[in-house]
Design a protein around this ligand. Sequence first.
Ligand code: SAM
Length: 495
Amino acid sequence: MDDADVPALRDLLQHLTRIGYAEKPIRERLGLTDITKLRWRALPIYRAEKLEARDPQASAIDLFLLQGAIPRTELDNLFNQAVQEVLVRAGLLLLDDHGLARARASLYPLGNRLIFSDHAWPSLPHPGCADVPPDQIMYIGSDSRWLARATVRRPVRNALDLCTGSGVHALLAAAHAQRVLAVDVNPRAAQCTRFNSQASGTPHVEAAVGDLYAPVGEERFDLITANPPFVPSPRDSLQYRDGGRSGEDVQARIIAGLPHHLAPGGIAQIVTEFGERGDEPLADRLRGWLGGAPMDIHILRMRETPAATYAIGHADGADTYEAFLNSVHDWAANLRKQGYTRIVSVLLAFQWSDPATATPWTRSDNPKSLHSIAGAEITAAFAAERLVRRSNFPELLSHGRLRRTGPIALLEARALGHEVGTQAQAELLGKALPIIYPLDPVERELLVLLEKPLPFSELLTLAQKSDPGLNLDEPVIVKAITSLIRRGLVLLEGS
Ligand SMILES: C[S@@+](CC[C@H](N)C(=O)[O-])C[C@H]1O[C@@H](n2cnc3c(N)ncnc32)[C@H](O)[C@@H]1O
């Protein structure tokens, strides 16, 4: 982009935000509970039912998000002549002989930010824009949004975004990092990141072309983010998506590099997928790649897909039914060969272990969703795990005051007519990462007793009186309260 056009491009982004081109208003206009639910198959419905009134917001959504063609009259309503010329010069707008305007890239809303990248549906019939280059840059997908929402946002000295694509995570990190390095093996991705950083006015984002840590040297970072290609694919067809036959070609090297590039006190966050085999613990694989480095690992298991469903979902060859079936076969055969019975989508967080606690730990949670900003909840999970492992935790507990962290839904199921007892579950309400935890009878009893905050000694006395059948001696109560603190359901004040 010509430097002289940069101010006009920034004005254009601000203008779009003012007319309601941002994540929340777009989501509401299209009637979506989450922007990740946008589907190309629903394009005619969005147009007919949600964008029928052709105000500037509707035209902008059609042009920049739904890959639509809008008439010149709508374009003129949206941008003045000078702005249209800037868009054409930047290669973002195509005006055809029939008086229609199309965008050559999409503009993805992420909160109040707008990020350019290649189209999400490159194969939509789009005369003049339909070719999918092998170096296609990834759209802002559900995985990009999960990582954006989960990243711990705190002021840091430097940040590294590996596999940067459009530069989305580098641009977000620029709001709280003094310096950001964005790396991608695809030169077009580095170019797109530079373009986005110019357009959004974040000059402290540096985009480098290279293989993972190669452009980094010996530097260590306070924040490392990565959304690598992770799909276990029978052939390497999409550079941004395919992680070799096992899916692990790139992600294994990212994790192996963390001990050399994560600064003390820093955090590395990765969104990815793994094929799982039987009961083999995922944590063992991650630890193997870390090569014994003492790091704590937090795993959020976002979604699990059976291998057959995954194969069908990724199969291509849409031209004929036979080609499609052959492709399903190829995908399924590759997953079988790897021994994968299911594919799990995860958000991983790594930190150096606290030397004051004994051994590095791994924690795994299964959130129901991730619809909003969750960095603080990930920070809290690390803090809680570390607290209960401190050697002076028993002392802190005995002098501390306990309270429920917030409103908790207590769910109980009893099967009438069967001797199955009562299964209790608890969920802390209002969280970005809603997690349902099973409760044993002692944990349930303590949660109920903590109707108001109590010093541990009082809770102990009350609990011992409450249900003689539970046989609540002190070690049993300490074990249960530790488990509640670990899971963030109860807070220990004064620790
Ligand atoms: C799944 S996309 C993620 C894009 C973006 N970070 C996001 O979250 O939307 C993966 C990116 O990794 C890049 N990539 C693949 N292999 C790489 C490597 N060895 N080193 C650096 N980047 C690589 C691809 O070019 C692609 O841009």
